[in-house]
Design a protein around this ligand. Structure first.
Ligand SMILES: Cc1ncc(C[n+]2csc(CCOP(=O)(O)OP(=O)(O)O)c2C)c(N)n1
Ligand SMILES: [Mg+2]
Length: 272
């Protein structure tokens, strides 16, 4: 299999140079690396420009309801544990209407890989502010909520007990490919925050600024250390890489300890 073998015959309707093209490429590259058979691959999304992504792959795809991709994917994975299940969507889909589902997905720890393409706007509905839109961007464009600070998705996922939390940028493909690959390999719920610019509702200078605020974490970053991960998640800059990866047997933030079984409680479930 080559990356293009994971593509469907549909041509993306995204704007030229949309960040989503890079994410589609990185996902198909990671799937190639892992040799995932397309007939064992499911992709579920919500609604939005970026939520169209599953349709451009030859996975079993469901472009579902706005904000509801996680519970739908959870049901799918529990019924069919043999299916590698990816969930994709936008910042509006995941962090506005869908926000409540994230914490339950992390708590249930079903083996899903959730990739959020964060362009900091509601792209499909023409550029309204999302929960990750930065204050100065809202003020400059006269968007709703100009005094509200944005959410920090990486911090949220760390706080919810998610065992694998990573970040990539759609403009750094070789790096994004490795991050997504590692997330898919992780045997429980994993989360990848991808900064993926919007060419229509963001000025090129602003997209550029975001890119230059990214720092790739060093190879030896201690991503098994929750405190180091929280430090890396803080602040104005964006750490890229696997920020937190919990192994079985490690204490959770609340001090309790998991065992091996805990990592894959849902993986082996058989529904008769
Ligand atoms: C229940 C419901 N509420 C609102 C909408 C309208 N709507 C469609 S997409 C969207 C937001 C999309 O933003 P995001 O998830 O960031 O995706 P993007 O288009 O930026 O990729 C909204 C509010 C809808 N389709 N369904
Ligand atoms: Mg968006």
């Amino acid at each position: 299999m080559k990356p293009k073998d994971y593509r469907s015959e549909l041509e993306p309707v995204w704007c030229t140079a949309c960040g989503a093209f890079g994410v589609l490429k990185a996902i198909t590259q990671a799937l190639t690396d892992l040799e995932v058979p397309p007939e064992k691959l499911a992709m579920v999304s919500g609604i939005g420009c970026t939520s169209r992504l599953p349709g451009y792959t030859n996975a079993y795809s469901f472009n579902s309801l706005h904000g509801r991709s996680l519970p739908i994917a959870t049901g799918l994975k529990v019924a069919r544990p043999d299916m590698r299940t990816l969930v994709v969507g936008g910042d509006g889909d995941g962090f506005s209407i869908g926000l409540g589902h994230i914490f339950h997905a992390a708590k249930r720890n079903v083996d899903l890989t959730y990739i959020v393409l964060d362009n900091g706007v509601y792209g499909l509905t023409k550029g309204q502010a999302s929960p990750t839109t930065e204050t100065k961007f809202k003020q400059r464009r006269g968007l709703a909520g100009p005094d509200e600070a944005p959410l920090n998705p990486v911090m949220l996922l760390l706080a919810s007990g998610c065992g694998f939390v990573a970040r990539g940028h759609a403009g750094n493909l070789p790096h994004l490919r490795t991050v997504i690959r590692e997330a898919i390999q992780y045997p429980a719920f994993s989360f990848v925050h991808v900064l993926a610019g919007c060419v229509t509702y963001q000025k090129p200078e602003y997209a550029d600024e975001i890119y230059h605020r990214c720092d790739v974490l060093p190879e030896n970053f201690p991503n098994d250390d929750f405190i180091a991960a929280s430090e890396a998640a803080r602040g104005e800059r964006f750490s890229l890489g696997v920020i937190y990866k919990k192994s079985p047997g490690e204490p959770l933030p609340d001090g309790s300890v998991t065992d091996d079984d805990d990592m894959g409680i849902w993986r082996g479930i058989q529904v008769s």
